[in-house]
Design a protein around this ligand. Structure first.
Ligand code: SAH
Ligand code: SF4
Ligand code: F3S
Length: 467
């Protein structure tokens, strides 16, 4: 396969790989597997596929490395501190491997798709035997088979334009919601970002495969689906006969699905058709996660985001005109190379203008091989930290002000379960994605229920179920 070609793996090919897992189960099954996931929803979804394949091979999931026979770290490369955490945790397993040499330790995912990291893991962490990148996910049965039978190092780190595999057995965590990847990869090459290098080119799943999966999830009792892609607006461009708005409306029409969400739309090409589709379907959540990254036009250009702050504000306005109650959240990078304090002030100004419900903010992290890695800095680490703290202070005030407006209102909440910190309290989410902790009848777990908000916090709401 050439590096520019997408490798589409059919259900029949997957079936062969799954048959191998059945044979592995007969020979090696009965143990436990621990899969630790770092990074984004896409990685969580990949881990569900890995857990599904491991379960098929007879390895049941467990919650700690200590009790596992197979340990897999599914890694994220988006920022340096994510990578450092992985290195620390892999290093800590050295003693476990010395004590129990039969344990198979594997590291996979986005970090591995970078050549220098794969090399470092092989040379520095000799107790790691199984190393494979994101493009090797569907080949996992063969890699597992080698690791179980041959022992010694098994590696699959080849770069490629990308793979799409249908028919993998996803083992999802229990709950009311499930994620469904509609596409993989990214073509945008924002100058700070490693994702296009480790996830390959954009490739869409066939709409009938997505719809079949959503129908199966509804039949299994899932009430909410989250459609995943690095830039969902690009969905279908490689297929030619569909687009994201069309798919969104098809998914919304699947019987039994009470809520549809999606992540992430890129502001450069979210369409009015997508906003109209959201407005037209009651079960498409009125929530938009629209990553801004920076509020200054020079910085946005240097980031290769391909929109201006004015373009962005127009989308927000169009969304609010159609859906006045919509919640809007975003991602912000502080300290992009060359960003000055004056330019950062434009980001603060955007927070005031848009009034986001929540933001996810990050201090810029240099990623080897990206364009921004060669751009000179103007601010010191201390100045960046100060700007970061200023950003949080502004946003926390806005989040609390917005949440205060919910007190006294009655909202529809999809109840997810009992609160982790208090058994007498139920927890769920509003249509806008806000967490609500409330008192009520546990019978409503898994269902939509009406809750009156009695109190607001910066990151959550408190309420009582309406009887
Ligand atoms: N595809 C999504 C983002 C995926 S990465 C999108 O375009 O919106 C998630 C977030 O991580 C990004 O939105 C960005 O805010 C942050 N991020 C990515 N690369 C980063 C880097 N090098 N340093 C700091 N934050 C980064
Ligand atoms: Fe990274 Fe930009 Fe692609 Fe998002 S759109 S994954 S930020 S390159
Ligand atoms: Fe996601 Fe991190 Fe990879 S954000 S795509 S797991 S680099």
């Amino acid at each position: 396969m050439s590096k520019s070609e997408i490798n589409r793996i059919s259900r029949e090919q997957t079936a062969d790989a799954l048959a191998l897992l059945d044979r592995l189960k007969a020979e090696y099954g009965g143990g436990k597997a621990f899969v630790e996931t770092y990074g984004c929803q896409q990685n969580v979804s990949d881990s569900e596929a890995l857990s599904g394949m491991l379960a098929r091979a007879g390895f049941t999931p467990c919650d700690s490395a200590d009790e596992a026979d197979i340990i897999l770290f599914n890694t994220c490369a988006v920022r340096e501190n994510a990578e450092n955490r992985v290195f620390g945790n892999i290093g800590a397993l050295k003693h476990l491997k010395a004590r129990r040499p039969e344990v198979i330790i594997g590291v996979c995912g986005c970090m591995i798709q970078q050549e220098h990291i794969a090399k470092k893991i092989r040379s520095t962490y000799r107790h790691v035997e199984l190393v494979f990148g994101t493009h090797a996910l569907a080949r996992f049965p063969y890699l597992l088979s080698e690791a179980l039978s041959r022992r010694g190092a098994v590696m699959d780190v080849a770069d490629s334009a990308g793979v799409i595999a249908e028919g993998l057995p996803y083992l999802r965590a229990d709950g009311v919601g499930a994620s469904v990847s509609i596409m993989y990869g990214c073509n945008n090459f924002c100058t700070y970002c490693i994702v296009p290098y480790v996830r390959g080119r954009e490739r869409s799943r066939a709409p009938e495969d997505v719809i079949a999966e959503v129908k199966a999830l509804a039949a299994q009792g899932y009430r909410e689906v989250m459609l995943l892609g690095q830039n969902v607006n690009s969905y279908g461009k490689d297929l030619g006969n569909t687009d994201f708005a069309t798919l969104l409306s098809q998914v919304a029409q699947v019987e039994g699905i009470a809520r549809v969400r999606f992540m992430t739309p890129h502001p450069k090409d979210i369409s009015i058709k997508v906003l109209d589709t959201m407005a037209a379907h009651d079960n498409i959540c009125k929530q938009l996660h629209l990553p801004l990254q920076a509020g200054n036009n020079r910085v946005l250009k240097a980031m290769n985001r391909v929109y201006t702050r004015e373009d962005y504000l127009k989308i927000v306005q169009a969304a609010r005109e159609r859906m006045p109650e919509i919640t809007i959240t975003t991602d912000i990078i502080v300290g992009f190379p060359g960003e000055t304090n004056e330019e950062f002030a434009d980001t603060l100004d955007m927070l005031e203008q848009v009034r986001y419900d929540t933001i996810f903010s990050f201090i810029y992290s240099k990623r080897q091989g990206t364009k921004a890695a060669t751009m000179p800095d103007v601010l010191t680490d201390e100045e960046k930290k100060r700007n970061f703290d200023a950003l949080l202070a502004v946003q926390n005030r806005i989040s609390k002000e917005i949440n205060d407006t919910y007190v006294g209102k009655t909202l529809t909440v999809l109840t997810e379960g009992v609160s982790k910190t208090d058994e007498a309290v139920l927890t769920g989410r509003t249509e806008g994605g806000k967490i609500v902790n409330f008192t009520g009848n546990p019978d409503c777990i898994g269902n939509l229920t009406r809750v009156t908000i009695t109190e607001s916090r910066t990151w959550s709401l408190v309420g009582e179920q309406v009887n």
